[in-house]
Every structure is written in structure tokens, then in C-alpha cells.
Ligand binder design. Structure first.
Ligand SMILES: *[C@@H]1O[C@H](CO)[C@@H](O)[C@H](O)[C@H]1NC(C)=O
Ligand SMILES: *[C@@H]1O[C@H](CO)[C@@H](O)[C@H](O)[C@H]1NC(C)=O
Ligand SMILES: *[C@@H]1O[C@H](CO)[C@@H](O)[C@H](O)[C@H]1NC(C)=O
Ligand SMILES: *[C@@H]1O[C@H](CO)[C@@H](O)[C@H](O)[C@H]1NC(C)=O
Ligand SMILES: *[C@@H]1O[C@H](CO)[C@@H](O)[C@H](O)[C@H]1NC(C)=O
Ligand SMILES: *[C@@H]1O[C@H](CO)[C@@H](O)[C@H](O)[C@H]1NC(C)=O
Length: 762
């Protein structure tokens, strides 16, 4: 710096910078204070209805509102054609194939069953101007502009994808129809491969799996695209360019778990058999994986999946887990694809993890590999499932289904067949939809042993069952599939199924306020002296409800108890009862789990949400009230967040709300949870962490985590200013680990930092 100052010009430059910076500071003050600065500083974030369909804007979204742009190359089209043709419906689905060169030779005349072909624009000039180094990638991104230019009447969504992807257009209509197509929305998927997300971006849509752009976003993007290429001539991939251009407009991604990039190799069956309960939108990289059905080739596999999709696309692949009480068996059914049967009770959290039948995208990489948890494939006959694959659908009448399947049950005790018959007829009576489905179709399965997954040898002691009886059982599950299993006494969950809310008083629907939240903070007497400085800044005495649960009675130095702290209770848990299983549980783990039970006993008048957290976490209660107020507290809700540390998620779970950051349970879920909590703890003795046990118990109730990006476990160390300075645009709900990280403001202590931050919050 001193050499700079010796130069007059540089001083001028410096002065100018100072002036500019103080101008910026002034501007920043205005940004800080006024959330929406003047329009010349930020682009409008909402466009009116596209002029082409002003009147019809509010009508339900249908297939004619979707426009597909599929990127293809003439060289690969011959063998990839079957993927696109499998889902394309001529004269119904709208869109184009964008080829590198015009199709010729044996590709002509063009098949009427394929999307109409186009040839990508000549972008030579553009490449020269932008100095872009990746012509292929520019062509791919440019297709968005071409598609938008070619067709925009009545369009609500533009969907871009590759020619080795399979799309499920009816599901896309359902999913996109729930979003507001007049806003800027970018619907995408991440890669399954952790390293791809790290290498490119967790905020990028991986384009092969397909992504959807709302009309206004496609329009804004098309207008700016040529400039955008000039701005980023160095970007390596089409997806990265698309992300950068969309970021420039100020739009963030919306991740959808039904879109699949399939950055995986070999046998996908484990992955596809644990599909979350969301509609399947796409499967990419069909060329890179084994055929998805055993003993079939790729074309036959695609055709078979198509057949299941034609019966009911909305349920395709979605995993349903059921338990059969009398036999203690577990069933995991992936609709239209596979059924796994285990001759033991296996927790839902386990069954929801895909069996790792597949290989990572990049060979020989070291873990962690995937953005989800997996299970090892085992040959242990007591743990490995019997695996069935979907085989065929045939037309039969209702009566025929029952009769013919009963016939097969000759191997089974008769009463079981009788139960099934009763269920089927009862369920069918109650559902016209199913009745019509049944009258047309029958699902039939051919038992196919999958190598490595299951062993059915004679010496197999665990497998004592005659399989054909199961076929009938599976038919009933496949047909009567619903998120929770039907016919309670037969396909009962291990634990009580959700109890419908019967008392709905008016006040339950009044806006949620602070008195509807009850906090449950778990701490220790020893640490409270320092940690109270993290809780007191946000705790409003006599307003915030809830308790601090201490391990032992507070020591002399903590008394008299501060009126600004939450009232305390001493945990009253007889852990000896629960530790009897001789397992690794430590007393404090049980204490944390049991806190919800104690809290529930204390406070439930007018409670809508229980918020659990640690004593070194800061909560932002107004934001919590606002965010929780958007969920229906009369339903089962479990709202939490992952760790920022990938390895923690791999080790514990990507589907777990990390407890320190805090998580919220709706009243009804908490009620169901505490009812069987002690039994549930006994059932999960191998789990080490309190939050993992709770996640498992909640999963056993059929409830999955709802992720909220405002809760922060802070699974990092030292200076967190970088992390906090890039917070996504969602309300901040919590910050954990205040004791482990550096004070978040320079020159302040930890407790001063906590107070300082709360001043901004208030
Ligand atoms: C889709 O909805 C529009 C109205 O927005 C209607 O004109 C059109 O006929 C519908 N298309 C189909 C296939 O239902
Ligand atoms: C699509 O529509 C065109 C014109 O209406 C018609 O000639 C053609 O046969 C239709 N294609 C299919 C596959 O139905
Ligand atoms: C199922 O499990 C329960 C609890 O472990 C046990 O009491 C019962 O005997 C088991 N039933 C069968 C058929 O194995
Ligand atoms: C919260 O709402 C309830 C009605 O549901 C009302 O009785 C209560 O006074 C409200 N509390 C606060 C702090 O506004
Ligand atoms: C809370 O309420 C109690 C009893 O109503 C009162 O004695 C106490 O001063 C209040 N505490 C604060 C911090 O306002
Ligand atoms: C990070 O924090 C730990 C513990 O507070 C300290 O020992 C270490 O030196 C810090 N590291 C850096 C790079 O600041």
C-alpha cells in the first residue's frame, strides 16, 4: 500500500475508490433498511400473464401447456430413438428435436411417432462474437432460445432434456400445474453423485434429467442469452451456462426429487426400488446403465416401464412400505417396478435407503459418493429381500382376478387367502376408481431371482415360505397401493396408523402466533452458565412457551433462577428401563429423546408446534411463527434440516433433521410419536444419536422429513462469516453450535454476538 501512496495518480484512484465505497455503503444502508430497493436496481421479479393467454391464465395446466425441447445428434439418434418415442405422444405432446445436422438417409422419411425434427441454428457468428470455447455447449443452451422463438402460444412451461432420457409428461403436468407459471421458476434436479455437485454446483440443474422453465423465465432468458454467452465464455458445460444466465436474472433453482439425472452405473434396481413418494418426472442416462428389468434388453425394459406408466403414471416407482403383523414380514413395493419381501420387521428408515446395486458415476472414487444414504447388498438370507419384478398387465374382470389368484394359493393356509379375498372385495366396494382399474387390468408378477440380492436355495433356513402365495398378496398391494397401506388388520403398520383429527375448532385455523409454539431445549446444568447467553437473547419471558430440560438440579451459582431464562425442569427419565437392552445407548441420548415426551406431558393446551433444540442454538421466533404458520399443523409434519457437512449426512442421514439446529413437530405428530416412544426406542437400539432414533420413530409413522433451509446445524468450525454471508433467500430460523464456532461478529464475544444479531432480528 505504501508504494501506491507514493504515486499521485494512485492516490486519486484510491480517493475515488473511497468515494465509491462510501456511496456503496449508503446504498447498502438503503438495501438493509428497505427490503425492495428502487426498480432500476433490481429487475422486476414477476411478470404478468403472458399476453398470448391472458384469459386462460387461471385454467388448469394440461399437456398442451408444456413445450419440450429435446437435444439430439444424428449419430446417436438411431439407437436413442426408442427412448424418446416411448414417451412421446404424436399430436399430443408439443415440442421439437434439435439436431446438430439435418437427419438424412435411413432416418427419412421421418417417423410420425417421433417428435418433429429441427436443425440447430448456425451459431458461427455468435461463437466469434462471444469467443466461446465450447460450440457444442453453446448449441445446447441456444436451443432454449430457438424453442421459445419457434413456439410460444399457450405455453406455460419449457422443458429441455436429452435424447437418452425418458419423461413422464402426465406427471409433469401434475407437478408443474401446482406451481405458478406466471412467476420465474427453474425446476431441476441435482446429480446423484456428490462430486458432480461439488465440481459443478449444488445450485445447478443437471440438464440431462431435464429441467423446466416457466414462460416468463424462458422469455427473460431468451432475451439475454446472446449477451450471456459473451459474459461467460469460459464456462465448461451447458448446464453451468444455463445456471449462470438464470442466476443473472436473480432466480434460484427449485429442486424436484422426481427428476433424475442418473449419474450412476450398472444395476439401477436398488435405486428405482426406493423412489420417494413424489411423482416420477424423468430418468436420464438410459444408455449408461444396465437394462432396468432383468433378462430384458433396454428396448424391452423401456417398453415394460411404459406399460406400467400407461396404467397409472402418477404412482409409478413410488415406494410403499407395509408390514404384515401376523408373520412379521416387511414389504417394500415400488409401484409398477418391483416388490421386495423381507421375512423380518425392518424399520422404514432402512427400507427407504436404496440397496447399493449400482456403481458410482466415476469409478474408483472414494466415499462419500451419493447425495442419499444407501444400504449394502447382502447375501445373508435373513436380511436379503425376495425380489419380484413387475412383469405384465392383463385385462381381466374383478371376479376373475380373485378366482384365478385364489387358485394359486393352494400352498398357503386357507384362512390367509380368505382374508385377502375379503380385503379385496371390501376395498373395491369402497373405491369406484379401483373397481374400474381392476375390471380392466390385472397385475401379474413373474418371480425373478436377482443375482446377489436374494438366495432361495434349499439350505436357506430363513426362507420357509412358499412364494406363490405371496404373488397374490403383492397383487393386492400393487392394486390397492396408497401412501399408508390399506385394510388395517392385514396390512397394518407395526405402529398405530395416523389418527384422523376429529376435533377441529375454529381457533385451530386462526393465524399461528407465538403462543402456539412450545420450545423444548435440552441442556446441562454444567454448561448452562455460558450457554444461557445464547438462549436469553431470543427468549421472551412469559411469552415464549416451553422448558429447558437439565440433567441435574441447577447448582447454587445458577440460583436464584434468572427470570430471563426459560423455566427449567430436571429430566425425569428412568433410563435403566430403556438401557436394559445392553446396547450402546448412553443415558443422555435417551434423555434427549425423552424430552419430547416430558414436554408433551407438560404443555399441550393450544399447542400447534413443538420446537426441539439445543442450549447452544439461537432461534428466530418470529420467522418460526411465520414459516410454521404456512404448514397445516393438524397434519403430520416433521420439519428440519440436514447438516452442511456432507459426511455427517452420509453417516447419520440425509433424511434426518439434525437436532441441534432444531426441528419442529406438528402437534398431531408429536402426539402419535410419544404414544409409542418407549417401544420405539427399544426397537432401534443400534442407533447412536437421539435425532436418528427420532427420525426412525417418525418414519415408522409414515412421515418423512420436510427440509427447511433456514435451520442451521452449522456443521463447520471457526469463522462462519462466509457461510452466513451467502444465506439463501429463505427466513433464517436457527443457528446452532454457537459454542463451537468463532464469534460471528469480529471484535465481539460470543454472547455479545448473539445479542447483536438479535438486535437486527428485532
Ligand atoms: C388445455 O387447456 C386450454 C385452456 O387453457 C384448452 O384450450 C386446451 O384445449 C386444453 N388442452 C387439452 C389437451 O386439454
Ligand atoms: C397427427 O396429425 C396429423 C394432421 O392432423 C395427421 O395427419 C397425423 O396422422 C397425426 N399423427 C398421428 C400419429 O396420429
Ligand atoms: C412377531 O414379533 C413379535 C415381537 O417381536 C413376536 O412376539 C411374535 O412372536 C412374532 N411373530 C412371528 C409369527 O414370528
Ligand atoms: C394467539 O392466537 C390465539 C388464538 O388461536 C389467541 O387466543 C392468543 O391470544 C394469541 N396469542 C398471541 C400472543 O397473540
Ligand atoms: C412473568 O410473570 C410472572 C408472574 O405473572 C411475574 O412475576 C414476572 O415478573 C414476569 N417476568 C418477566 C420477566 O416479566
Ligand atoms: C479454529 O478453531 C480452533 C478452536 O477454536 C482453533 O484451535 C484453531 O486454531 C482455529 N483454526 C483457524 C484456522 O483459525
Amino acid at each position: 500500500m505504501s508504494s501506491l501512496q507514493s504515486d499521485k495518480n494512485n492516490i486519486l484512484v484510491c480517493l475515488w475508490k473511497v468515494a465509491a465505497i462510501s456511496g456503496i455503503v449508503l446504498y447498502l444502508v438503503s438495501v438493509f433498511l428497505f427490503h425492495n430497493p428502487a426498480s432500476e436496481f433490481s429487475p422486476p421479479l414477476r411478470l404478468p400473464c403472458p399476453s398470448s393467454e391472458l384469459n386462460a391464465c387461471a385454467s388448469p395446466t394440461n399437456i398442451s401447456h408444456l413445450m419440450f425441447g429435446i437435444l439430439a445428434s444424428v449419430k446417436t439418434w438411431r439407437h436413442r430413438k426408442l427412448y424418446t418415442d416411448s414417451w412421446w405422444r404424436p399430436n399430443v405432446t408439443r415440442g421439437y428435436l434439435y439436431f446438430d445436422v439435418a437427419p438424412s438417409g435411413d432416418l427419412l422419411p421421418w417417423s410420425p411417432l417421433s417428435p418433429p425434427p429441427r436443425v440447430s441454428d448456425d451459431i458461427t457468428e455468435l461463437l466469434k462474437e462471444s469467443k466461446h470455447r465450447r460450440p457444442m455447449m453453446v448449441r445446447m443452451v441456444h436451443a432454449i432460445l430457438e424453442l421459445f422463438r419457434d413456439e410460444h402460444d399457450w405455453v406455460r412451461w419449457y422443458i429441455m432434456g436429452d435424447d437418452d432420457s425418458i419423461f413422464f409428461p402426465e406427471n409433469m403436468v401434475d407437478v408443474l400445474g401446482k406451481l405458478d407459471h406466471t412467476k420465474y421458476i427453474y425446476v431441476v434436479c441435482n446429480s446423484e453423485n456428490i462430486k458432480s455437485n461439488v465440481g459443478f454446483s449444488f445450485n445447478m440443474g443437471f440438464g440431462g434429467g431435464g429441467f423446466a422453465l416457466s414462460y416468463p423465465l424462458a422469455e427473460a432468458l431468451s432475451k439475454d442469452l446472446d449477451n450471456c454467452f459473451k459474459r461467460y465464455p469460459y464456462l465448461r458445460s451447458a448446464d453451468e451456462m444455463t445456471m449462470a444466465c438464470i442466476d443473472y436474472i436473480g432466480v434460484s433453482l427449485t429442486v424436484n426429487k422426481g427428476i433424475h439425472q442418473i449419474d450412476l452405473h450398472n444395476d439401477l434396481s436398488g435405486f428405482l426400488s426406493s423412489h420417494p413418494q413424489v411423482p416420477l418426472l424423468s430418468l436420464h442416462h438410459f444408455d449408461q446403465v444396465n437394462p432396468i428389468f432383468p433378462k430384458l434388453n433396454r428396448a424391452e425394459s423401456v417398453f415394460l416401464l411404459r406399460k406400467a406408466a400407461d396404467v397409472d403414471q402418477s404412482r409409478l416407482l413410488q415406494q410403499t412400505i407395509c408390514y404384515h403383523k401376523q408373520s412379521n414380514w416387511s414389504f417394500s413395493v415400488s409401484w409398477g417396478y418391483s416388490a421386495h419381501i423381507y421375512e423380518s420387521v425392518i424399520p422404514r428408515t432402512t427400507l427407504k435407503k436404496p440397496l447399493e446395486t449400482f456403481k458410482p458415476w466415476v469409478r474408483n472414487t472414494r466415499p462419500p459418493l451419493f447425495i442419499f444414504n444407501t444400504r449394502w447388498v447382502t447375501n445373508d438370507p435373513c436380511e436379503a429381500p425376495h425380489v419380484f419384478f413387475f412383469d405384465s398387465i392383463q385385462k381381466r374382470s374383478v371376479n376373475e382376478v380373485v378366482t384365478s389368484e385364489q387358485h394359486r394359493v393352494g400352498y398357503r393356509p386357507v384362512h390367509q387367502a380368505e382374508i385377502i379375498r375379503q380385503i379385496m372385495s371390501r376395498e373395491l366396494r369402497s373405491s369406484h376408481l379401483l373397481q374400474s382399474l381392476m375390471s380392466m387390468k390385472e397385475l401379474k408378477f413373474r418371480l425373478r431371482e436377482m443375482s446377489g440380492l436374494s438366495s432361495m436355495s434349499q439350505s436357506n433356513l430363513c426362507k420357509t415360505v412358499v412364494m406363490s402365495g405371496l404373488v397374490l398378496y403383492l397383487v393386492s398391494i400393487f392394486l390397492l397401493n396408497s401412501p399408508s397401506c390399506p385394510a388395517s388388520e392385514f396390512l397394518a403398520l407395526t405402529w398405530p396408523s395416523p389418527r384422523p383429527i376429529t376435533v377441529v375448532t375454529e381457533s385451530q385455523y386462526a393465524p399461528t402466533n407465538l403462543s402456539h409454539l412450545v420450545f423444548c431445549i435440552v441442556g446441562t446444568a454444567k454448561e448452562w452458565k455460558t450457554r444461557k447467553s445464547y438462549i436469553e437473547p431470543w427468549w421472551l419471558p412469559n411469552q415464549t412457551r416451553g422448558y429447558l430440560y437439565l440433567d441435574v438440579a441447577p447448582t447454587e451459582d445458577l440460583l436464584p433462577w434468572s427470570p430471563f431464562s426459560p423455566p427449567f425442569k430436571v429430566s425425569n427419565v428412568d433410563t435403566s428401563q430403556l438401557l436394559y437392552t445392553r446396547h450402546i445407548f448412553e443415558g443422555f441420548v435417551v434423555r434427549i429423546i425423552q424430552a419430547i415426551l416430558e414436554e408433551f406431558r407438560e404443555e399441550h393446551e393450544g399447542v400447534r408446534w413443538y420446537v426441539m433444540g439445543d442450549d447452544d442454538s439461537i432461534f428466530f421466533v418470529d420467522n418460526l411463527v411465520n414459516v410454521l404458520g404456512t404448514y397445516d399443523h393438524t397434519k403430520y409434519y416433521y420439519i428440519g434440516a440436514n447438516s452442511a457437512d456432507i459426511k455427517s449426512n452420509v453417516e447419520f442421514s440425509f433424511d434426518m433433521g439434525f437436532g441441534g439446529a432444531g426441528y419442529a413437530l406438528s402437534y398431531t405428530l408429536a402426539e402419535a410419536l410419544v404414544k409409542n416412544l418407549e417401544d420405539c426406542i427399544r426397537l432401534h437400539p443400534h442407533l447412536r444419536a437421539a435425532d436418528l432414533v427420532l427420525t426412525s420413530c417418525i418414519a415408522d409413522l409414515g412421515v418423512s422429513l420436510v427440509l427447511h433451509k433456514g435451520l442451521h446445524q452449522i456443521g463447520v468450525h471457526n469463522d462462519t462469516s462466509g457461510l452466513l454471508s451467502s444465506h439463501p433467500q429463505v427466513p433464517l430460523l436457527s443457528l446452532h453450535h454457537f459454542d463451537l464456532v468463532d464469534p460471528i461478529f469480529p471484535t465481539l464475544s460470543r454472547s455479545e454476538s448473539a445479542r447483536h444479531l438479535m438486535e437486527a432480528a428485532n
